[in-house]
Design a protein around this ligand. Structure first.
Ligand code: AMP
Length: 217
């Protein structure tokens, strides 16, 4: 199964993608994670992407399309994958259509996580992840059971993303509305768009997504 998770920054795409990866056995392909790794590694792609990411702007279509085109050729994608944060422009969506055609693959669904803009700034500026297992937490909405200790791996090291600050979030939301939201009618016209209520609590959103995916299987 090939599925896209679509929604504004802070909608919970990463959290839900990690859960679906476990429950449905689909590999999570997050262009944001891949780009952050490239920036940390100081690779050519990382050097090209860094300034865009810090400014809350989209990196070029060419870079992200190149990353995804290589990644979907890998063996672990043969059973299907879940795209988190890609595509983000109509040009990327068209490039994805071509890539899938060339590999004899087809997109099964695009799940839009609908969330009101007003809650997104709070959601994003409060979030952090375990530095060792990448589990997601939030200062108010999702604290570890024991303060300062990861529920899953016991690590006491946590990271906050450099771009999860108020100023950059505003720019990322603008990019979403201007460049990514046009994907909604694009996929609706193809009969692929499914909508879930991203304002519901985390477990409830997972249930909604699993229902959508279950109906496809
Ligand atoms: P994310 O982790 O998905 O919020 O992505 C973090 C940042 O990486 C974004 O603000 C963009 O600068 C960049 N990025 C991630 N995915 C894409 C994409 N598909 N197209 C362009 N830029 C992207």
């Amino acid at each position: 199964m090939i599925v896209i998770l679509l929604g504004p920054p802070g909608a919970g795409k990463g959290t839900q993608a990690q859960r679906i990866e476990k429950s449905q056995g689909l590999v999570q392909l997050s262009t944001g994670d891949m780009l952050r790794s490239a920036v940390s590694a100081g690779s050519e792609v990382g050097k090209l992407a860094k300034d865009f990411m810090e400014a809350g702007k989209l990196v070029t279509d060419e870079i992200v399309v190149g990353i995804i085109a290589e990644r979907i050729e890998e063996d672990d994608c043969k059973q299907g994958f879940l795209l988190d944060g890609f595509p983000r422009t109509v040009a990327q969506a068209e490039a994805l259509d071509n890539m899938l055609d060339q590999n004899d693959l087809k997109l099964d669904a695009v799940v839009e996580m609908q969330v009101n803009d007003e809650v997104l700034v709070d959601r994003i500026t409060g979030r952090y992840t375990c530095a060792d297992c990448n589990a997601g937490y939030h200062d108010k909405n999702l604290k570890p059971k024991v303060d300062g200790v990861c529920d899953y791996c016991g690590s006491t090291n946590f990271n906050r993303r450099a771009d999860d600050n108020r100023e950059t979030v505003i720019s990322r939301l603008e990019s979403y509305h201007a460049q990514t939201a046009p994907l909604l009618p694009y996929y609706e016209a193809k009969g692929l768009l499914k909508v879930v209520d991203g304002m519901a609590d985390i477990d409830d959103v997972s249930t909604q997504i699993n229902e959508v995916l279950g109906a496809l299987a």
